[in-house]
Design a protein around this ligand. Structure first.
Ligand SMILES: O=C(O)C(=O)C[C@]1(C(=O)O)C=C[C@@H](O)C=C1
Length: 259
């Protein structure tokens, strides 16, 4: 996706292709995290002695990475939403003026707190074995940061999906937005057939990527990832939150003089 060419960014086919590609990244990131046990201590606030920080070790690592990445202007890119937007420094590299694609520009719809919550409390316990491996606390936390970032990018892509839908159905959407009809907007952005395709594709990907294709036959082919947990994560969290982002985006979509 080329953010310097707005017309490519609001093409629903292009957007869906990017979402499909992101599935690969997300499944592989989960496979990487599943190599390690749950590591409860990295999610427990106060478990490590971190000065000037009240959260958990994983949250601290995420914030530290975001501080470095902000300096190389990661969060100026329209598809990157930080977990710690209030703690970030100005970029060192000169600003890039992206042409406005979303409204308002820049767009700050942010559901990262919910993403962090479901990932830590619902997904990690399902994809990782019980237990703690003290020598891999850092590696596991790095995997968590990758998982969280890829989930966040996917879910916040809902803003581009919503903009594409708004542009093709402006009159209908405008009337729903004006009457703050959340259920109507939710129905308008929902495409059950596409959701079914997403879940079926994800199942195939998790089943396929979960097994090393070079392993010799016959032997028990244990998957490297809990396929059901991956599919249910999309069904219960990723798709619903993408839709929440879409609706939230649309509720704020009208130019001030029209709202
Ligand atoms: O592809 C779309 O139209 C989207 O809105 C994205 C998405 C998804 O999260 O995959 C969300 C809602 C639709 O019902 C179908 C799929």
């Amino acid at each position: 996706m080329d953010f310097s060419k707005p017309e490519t960014v609001v093409d629903l086919n292009n957007i869906r292709n990017v979402l499909i590609r992101m599935e690969d990244t997300i499944v592989f990131n989960l496979i990487e995290r599943a190599k390690f046990p749950r590591q409860p201590s990295i999610y427990k606030p106060g478990a490590f002695n971190i000065s000037d920080f009240d959260g958990s070790f994983v949250e601290w690592l995420l914030r530290e990475e975001e501080i470095v990445h902000a300096k190389i202007r990661r969060y100026e890119s329209p598809d990157e939403i930080p977990f710690f937007p209030n703690d970030l420094p100005e970029p060192i590299l000169p600003a890039i003026e992206y042409p406005p694609v979303l409204y308002p520009h820049p767009n700050k719809v942010n559901v990262n707190d919910t993403i962090k919550d479901f990932y830590i409390n619902d997904i990690v316990p399902r994809i990782c074995a019980d237990g703690e491996q003290p020598e891999n606390l850092g590696s596991s936390s790095l995997c968590d940061v990758e998982c969280l970032r890829s989930l966040s990018r996917r879910i916040h892509f809902g803003r581009f999906v919503a903009e594409a839908k708004y542009l093709t159905e402006t009159a209908h959407m405008t009337s729903l937005i004006k009457s703050k009809d959340v259920a109507g907007l939710d129905a308008a952005i929902t495409n059950k057939a596409v959701e079914k395709q997403v879940l079926a594709r994800l199942k195939r990907k998790a089943e396929t990527y979960g097994i090393d294709p070079t392993l010799a036959d016959p032997q028990p082919k244990a998957s490297r990832v809990n396929v059901e947990a991956v599919v249910e994560m999309y069904e219960n969290w990723v798709i619903p939150l993408t839709k929440e982002v879409e609706v939230e985006y649309l509720l704020n979509r009208l130019p001030k003089e029209e709202a």
